[in-house]
Structures are given as structure tokens and as C-alpha cells.
Design a protein around this ligand. Sequence first.
Ligand code: EPU
Length: 340
Amino acid sequence: MTIQELVQLRSFNTLRLSSVAEFFVRASSSEGVLEALQVARAKKLCVRAIGGGSNVILPPELSGLTLNVALKGRTVVSQSSEEAVVRIYAGEDWHETVVWAHELGLYGLENLALIPGSVGAAPVQNIGAYGAEVAERIERLQVIHRRTSEVLWLANSACDFAYRDSFFKSSEGREWIITAVELRLSKLPITNTTYPALIGALGSQQATPSEVMSAVIKIRRAKLPDPQVEPNAGSFFKNPVVTEEKAKQLKEQYPKLPQYPLDGGRVKLSAAWMIDALNWRGQSQSGVCVSEKHALVIVNRFANDSHQVIEFAKKVSFSVSERFDVQLDLEPEQVAGNEY
Ligand code: EPU
């Protein structure tokens, strides 16, 4: 295990922001993670884990030890005639895992195809797309405590999954590093075709899991900028959730603003629609712009670090709050430079 000093992480985050890690190590096994934690304790360094870097806003400087979780491997751990539980190590690529499961005849992940990032990062923000969320498939997660090195399996019910949220975004949850994920998948060809854009792409006939996966890939390629070509972190803001009363008032003023009623009377609003209505699409400042393709995505054209991106995002969210009186929260995790 080699711990490197002053490592530039631009190639480790899909926004391509300059971020220099004081110390950096890549761990390709649980033992590697435990060894890195031991070294960090001896040197009194704080530890933070990064995966595919597709949903983080890294600061210009990261103190302490940045641990790249690169554990690999996928296996079927148990199965019946109808279901299988698969174990995937955290460093595997998410989309490759979706394709792997699908090709084994294990269904349930098709709607989540082409989401950038690693398997270990997927539960943190409970990745979701086209009417599905990873939490629906998670059986349990293997985690290691970054201070005590305790190794645990956490059941789905302990992870507090919600819309783009989980226990791992809380201060207590941040203490744990996810090293493996177990998913329960179906051997029966189940599909979820409730999302409006999917219904549009598939037509009315009964679709197979393959057709759903192809449709999701096609929609994503058409609507979302490819991070390999236009550096971005996917949706930059969450869709805000408001009270029924506020939603009703907005409906009267803006009848076209898409609203999605949730259980418990609250209503989710389309942040993309509000940003688009304010003509932000394609606008730029200091090398940062709102994607021409999707108003919820911020693209880094030539900004050097997170300052320019955050400044620009603040302008966008301020204009939404001025016009609609709705608060937008960041969707990617804004990583702190100093944690202790
Ligand atoms: N819309 C606009 N302008 C745009 C884009 C969209 O007005 O530029 C409006 C349209 O009316 C559309 C509505 O917004 O009907 C919803 O758009 P879309 O279906 O693209 O979904 P979204 O709510 O903007 C969410 C996720 C995406 C996910 C899509 C599809 C969040 C924060 N984002 O976006 O996730 O791919 O649904 O399920 O929930 C991500 O998390 O990084 C991400 C890309």
C-alpha cells in the first residue's frame, strides 16, 4: 500500500475540478482499507472516502487522507427459483454492474442504467431514475467505520433511504465507508414503466427488461450531457419538496410547472422546469454553465475549482427563490476541505 502526498484529483471527479489531496491512497481490498485507516490513525489524519467522483463537489484542497475505494468483484451469494442476491464490491462501476446483472438474467436495475459512478456511492444518495431507486433493491451493505475500523453489515432498514438521501449523508453516517453492496434481484422479467418519459419512449405495448434498459439508455444519451465530454455531476439540485398549500398556489400561477404528489401530502416540484423558465439553459459565467441539454445540470467548461461552480449555482438558486419562493438544495455532496 502506497500513500502518496499532494495528489491532484481532477481526474477523480467528473466535474474535473482541481482538488489537491494532502495524502492519497487507493484501497483494492477490505484489508487495504483497514491498513489505510491504521496508518491514518497513527499519523492523526482525518480520512474521507471517494468512489467514482461523479456526485461530489471537491474543494480546492483536501486535508488528511483521501481514500479511493477500489474494491472489485461481483458474485451471486444466494438464489431461489425466483430471486437472487448478488454481492458487488464498492469499486465496481455502476452501469457495468447493471449490464452484468441484466445479462445474467437478474432483473430490477434496468431503469438505473447509465448512471455514472461506483457501486459504493450508489446507496449514499440513493441513486434514482425513471421511476426506480436503488434502495428498492438493496438487501444489506458492508461498511467499515473510519475511526474505529469496526466492520458491519447494515440492513436496508438501518440506512434511512429517502429521495436522494440516506443515513450515509448524516454526520453519523459519514463515519462509515461502504465496501460492498448486496442487491436482491428478480429472475422473473419484471419491469417498471410508470415514468412519463419511459411510457413515451416505449409506447403502449408490454416491454421486456431489455427494451426498458435500451429506452433508458436512449433517453439519457439524448437528454443528459455525457460527463466524459462535458464535465458535470448529473443533477446539480434536488427537486424541492413543498407543502400541499404552496404547491396549490404555484399551480395557479404556473400551471405548467410539473408537480409530483408524494405520500403524506407533500409535493415534489421540477427544479429543471423552474430553472428553464428563468432562461438559464445555456447561460454561463467564469467557465461554468447550465447545460443546453438539461436545465438541472451544471457543466464545467473551463473553471479551475469549486469556487466558480458554487458561485454560479448560488446565482441560479437565488433566482429560483426570488421568482418561485422555493429553496433549491444541492444534489451532489459538497465535500469539506477540513473535517475535524
Ligand atoms: N424539464 C425542463 N427543462 C429541462 C429539463 C426538464 O423544463 O431542461 C422539465 C420537463 O417538464 C420534464 C421535467 O422537467 O418533464 C422532469 O425532467 P426529467 O424527466 O429529466 O427529470 P428531473 O426531475 O429533472 C430527475 C433526476 C435525474 C433522473 C431523471 C429521470 C433528480 C434531482 N434528478 O430529473 O437524476 O435522471 O429524474 O428519472 O431527482 C441525477 O440525479 O444526477 C439525475 C440525472
